[in-house]
Design a protein around this ligand. Structure first.
Ligand SMILES: [Mg+2]
Ligand SMILES: [Zn+2]
Length: 168
């Protein structure tokens, strides 16, 4: 357990949210996201996305459509030299299933730490909701919130370096 990583929420953290989106034309990156992620990656952190995608469970789009949307999004990041180790997600409709992986549940973060040999103490969870922060904290990570009334709050992504060290 030695690796370090930053886990990002997807919607309204990396890309602008539009209701249960899955279509390519709905993709709209947050200002400054490429610079920030490139700096973090260059500092030796692995990058992950951790997203609740209940639109799958609710039947609004299929898992395959989500993967297609993600390929399109990852291509946009790759054009800026940025790649994600994995996009982890909960596909469940919380009103219909006994899901144990939807944020604020930390399960998927804990599993990723085991799979990629990450040290949670050197990992961060970044998101715009309290549930993002809670998942990170429950996995033993430092959570950072974007425009959210919670601890370690920042108002724009560029301010993330108040909390994420770029040097050991
Ligand atoms: Mg969000
Ligand atoms: Zn789930």
């Amino acid at each position: 357990m030695s690796g370090k990583a930053v886990f990002f929420d997807r919607d309204d953290t990396l890309i602008h949210d539009s209701h249960y989106m899955y279509k390519k034309e709905q993709l709209n990156f947050i200002d400054g996201v490429f610079d920030v992620l490139k700096k973090i990656q260059d500092a030796g952190y692995q990058l992950f996305i951790f997203s609740n995608q209940s639109g799958i469970g609710r039947g609004y789009f299929t898992e395959a459509q989500m993967h297609e949307f993600h390929s399109h999004m990852e291509k946009g990041f790759q054009e800026h030299g940025i790649s994600f180790t994995e996009i982890i997600y909960c596909p469940h409709d919380p009103t219909q299933t006994d899901c144990d992986c939807r944020k604020p549940e930390p399960k998927l973060l804990i599993e990723a730490c085991e799979k990629y040999k990450l040290d949670p103490k050197q990992c961060f969870m970044v998101g715009d909701r309290i549930t993002d922060a809670q998942a990170g904290e429950r996995a033993g990570m430092t959570s950072i919130t974007l425009n959210c009334d919670y601890k370690n709050n920042i108002s724009k992504l560029e301010d993330i370096f108040e909390f994420i060290p770029l040097k050991d």
